[in-house]
Design a protein around this ligand. Structure first.
Ligand code: UD2
Length: 325
């Protein structure tokens, strides 16, 4: 039985990873500072995991949490491009300093392998599509720079200390439990939640921008594969985690109208600073080296996600107590 340390375990990706690790019969230790993570995301598995309220910026606590750990799945981060544009110092601290701390602790505690949640934002507005790992990175926002710096730290720890590391460039991961309530929430969580409540969403820009939206189960499977893939094929390297298809925001809104039954129209607002225009991955390296394949496509993922948000909205109805006759 292996022990997995999941940083950011109370986030929607971290909590999905925790469920998958438990399901394969392994042990989960999780850390979260609960800045954006929510303990409700762990509700029914809380008893089965070793959960610690720890910030990745606290090196001593991360050292302690890394003791006896086989694999680290490093998800803790402050996401969001616009948030980093407003607060580059905070983005850098959590995403870069936090990652260095996780790596130092993993090195010192002799962890077998560290898997890192890197970001497709590292590519920026590359002129050619799809985006391949060998392309020269061109990060636009502070968030993208910080996530890319994390990748470089990952490969440097492999090269300098022999710590096994794998970076997974996530392409717009979405799914159940993604928080829709923050102004920095991912677009699908926001749109689905608004549309289910009959409220009008806003597209920033002309809506022609496109994303390789990737259902969370695909990211979970990539992490588990990355832990076991042969060292010489994956360590110190970067892999796209995506579906290899894309949809524009206008197309996405139209699909969501059908799934949610929303009757209204979308509003348009100004394009966001730091926004990438088009994003679609080449997943051939992940397929050949990790054995990755997308398990759930975009539309199926949207259906599953909408179903989940719907089930969260439904009030709990207590059955009436039987009337004595
Ligand atoms: C970036 C990364 C993604 C992940 C994420 C973490 C890219 C291509 N992707 O996602 O992999 O690391 O950061 O935060 O860099 N939008 C609207 N209306 C809204 C909200 C968003 O139109 O209410 C637009 C937004 O301007 C963008 C698209 O929707 O064009 C996606 O935005 P997002 O915040 O969901 O994710 P994105 O692409 O910045």
């Amino acid at each position: 039985m292996a022990t997995y340390l999941i940083t950011g375990v109370a986030g929607f990706i971290g909590s999905s990873l925790a469920r998958a690790v438990l399901a394969q019969g392994d042990k989960v230790r999780g850390v979260d500072n609960f800045a954006t993570g929510r303990s409700e995301n762990l509700d029914e598995i809380l008893e089965r995991i070793d959960l610690r309220t720890v910030d990745v910026l606290d090196l001593d606590a991360i050292q302690e949490a890394s003791k006896g750990v086989d694999f680290v799945l490093h998800q803790a981060a402050i996401p969001s491009v616009p948030r980093s544009v407003l607060d580059p110092v905070g983005s850098n601290a959590a995403n870069v300093d936090g990652t260095v701390n996780v790596l130092v602790a993993a090195r010192d505690q002799k962890v077998r392998r560290v898997i890192y949640a890197a970001s497709s934002s590292a590519y920026g507005d590359t002129p050619s599509l799809p985006k391949q790992e060998d392309m020269f990175p061109n990060p636009i926002s502070p968030y993208a720079v910080a996530k890319l710096a994390g990748e470089y730290y990952m490969s440097s720890f492999y090269r300098c200390y022999g710590l096994e590391t794998v970076s997974l460039r996530y392409f717009n991961i979405f799914g159940p439990r993604q928080d829709p309530t923050s102004p920095y929430s991912g677009v699908l969580a926001k749109f689905i939640s608004l549309m289910l409540h009959g409220e009008q969403p806003t597209i920033f820009g002309d809506g022609e921008q496109s994303r390789d939206f990737t259902f969370v189960d695909n990211a979970v499977s990539a992490n588990l594969l990355a832990c076991r893939a042969p060292r010489d094929q994956v360590c110190g390297r970067v892999f796209n985690v995506a579906t290899g298809r894309r949809a524009s925001l206008k197309e996405t809104f139209a699909i969501l109208k059908t799934i949610t039954g929303f009757q209204g129209e979308v509003k348009f607002g100004p394009k966001r600073a730091g926004d990438v225009t088009h994003s679609i991955a080449d997943i051939s390296r992940s397929q050949s080296h990790l054995g990755y394949k997308p398990l759930v496509d975009f539309k199926e993922g949207l259906h599953k996600t909408v179903d989940w948000y719907r089930s969260e909205m439904r009030p709990v109805v207590t059955p009436p107590s039987p009337v004595a006759s």
